[in-house]
Design a protein around this ligand. Structure first.
Ligand code: ATP
Ligand code: LTN
Length: 337
């Protein structure tokens, strides 16, 4: 359907969970890089709903968030004619290879994953899926033989495990998978919470003042930024070790305005936090406003369902071939036809 000659392009795959409203952290750390990569690579971007249910989700909210994330992909500038946008559960090969990867991963490896430790901390009952999550993520990537995986800094460890599993499979069963590389940008790969600069900004944080949602109206953005935590000083200086809060806000500014951190520092020399925060809010609003306009148009048009149907077909065409190769290599008796 895409009609382009894709054979010579390297592949890219990434995923975002429909576990809440996407934040500016998701945008800066991941989504904007998806947009940048779509011309050069053969891209597959998934709304990873099977991952989202590793923690409890309200059924109606999951359905809504799944469509919302897909619409935000398009609103952010991903062109469905270039990149396949799809829902993970629409391509059954993910769950199937996910299981095979679970059999390959060691308990000790999974126990070391910091995302699992963080999400399981303090819970009385932890779903087994939260534990095996990285094996499913490995399957997402390996099914497409992706060379590059654009992600935020928090996914580095999962990517390392994915590489280990690909290498392990290839050694044991013969060359089957491309061993992927993470693609993590130097600035903005870890946007921190507005109320606590020791934690990453996260869409599933119960405190909405800790994040800026991509769908927050302008006055909400202004309010959240004016309330964002800062230190008692007043110099707008980039110093993550000693001034983590203001450094985080400077990173958001730099990414939204398309300037360097040095430039931000120069621009606000001697101006104090109040003036900086006011301008930061306007810079963020100027990124979000056009994105939100497109988002609402897309939702109203009902086009998302068609985009997702087409995306799933294109994704499945690639994924099914790889799954078959992996099953054959492992010694499964394949069905005829
Ligand atoms: P949750 O809070 O539900 O675990 P999340 O907000 O961490 O979700 P994911 O869907 O797990 O988001 O991540 C989607 C992509 O966004 C990943 O590539 C992830 O690394 C990136 N990302 C998430 N949060 C941030 C952040 N604060 N800064 C930079 N990148 C981020
Ligand atoms: N684990 C990721 C989401 C995710 C993903 C993927 C990212 C699931 N499958 C495949 C890149 C490639 C997260 O928690 N942010």
């Amino acid at each position: 359907m895409s009609g382009t000659n894709k054979s010579d392009k390297k592949r890219v795959l990434s995923g975002i969970q429909p576990s809440g409203q996407l934040t500016i952290g998701n945008y800066i750390g991941a989504m904007r890089h998806f947009v940048e990569m779509q011309d050069e690579y053969d891209c597959y971007f998934a709304v990873v709903d099977l991952h989202a249910v590793t923690v409890p989700q309200e059924p109606e909210a999951l359905r809504e968030n799944t469509e919302a994330v897909a619409a935000l992909f398009v609103a952010a500038g991903i062109d469905p004619a270039k990149a396949a946008i799809f829902v993970q559960s629409h391509v059954p090969a993910h769950a199937q290879l996910g299981w095979l990867m679970t059999t390959l991963a060691y308990m000790g490896e999974l126990e070391r994953m910091t995302q699992y430790k963080d999400k399981a901390a303090g819970k009385v009952a932890v779903g087994a899926g939260l534990f095996t999550y990285p094996a499913l993520m490995a399957a997402d990537i390996l099914l497409y033989n992706a060379h590059l995986v654009p992600v935020g800094d928090d996914q580095k460890q999962h990517l390392e495990l994915t590489r280990d599993l690909a290498i392990r499979f290839n050694r044991r069963f013969g060359e089957t998978f491309v061993v992927p590389e993470p693609s993590i940008s130097e600035v903005g790969a870890r946007i921190m919470s507005l109320d606590d600069a020791t934690k990453k900004m996260s869409k599933s944080n119960p405190n909405p003042n800790s994040y800026i949602s991509l769908l927050d109206p302008p006055d909400v953005v202004r309010k959240k930024i004016s309330r964002a935590k800062t230190d008692p000083g007043r110099e707008v200086v980039y110093d993550p070790a000693n001034k983590p809060e203001i450094s985080n806000l400077m990173t958001i500014y730099a990414q939204c305005a398309g300037v360097s951190l040095d430039e931000v520092q120069k621009r606000f020399e001697g101006q104090g936090y109040g003036a900086f925060k006011k301008e930061l809010a306007e810079v963020v609003v100027s990124v979000l406003e056009p994105l939100q306009r497109t988002y609402h148009d897309i939702r109203q048009s009902g086009a998302i369902r068609d985009i997702l149907r087409d995306g799933a077909q294109r994704a499945a065409a690639v994924a099914e071939v790889t799954l078959r190769q992996a099953k054959e290599a492992m010694g499964f008796l394949l069905p005829q036809g």
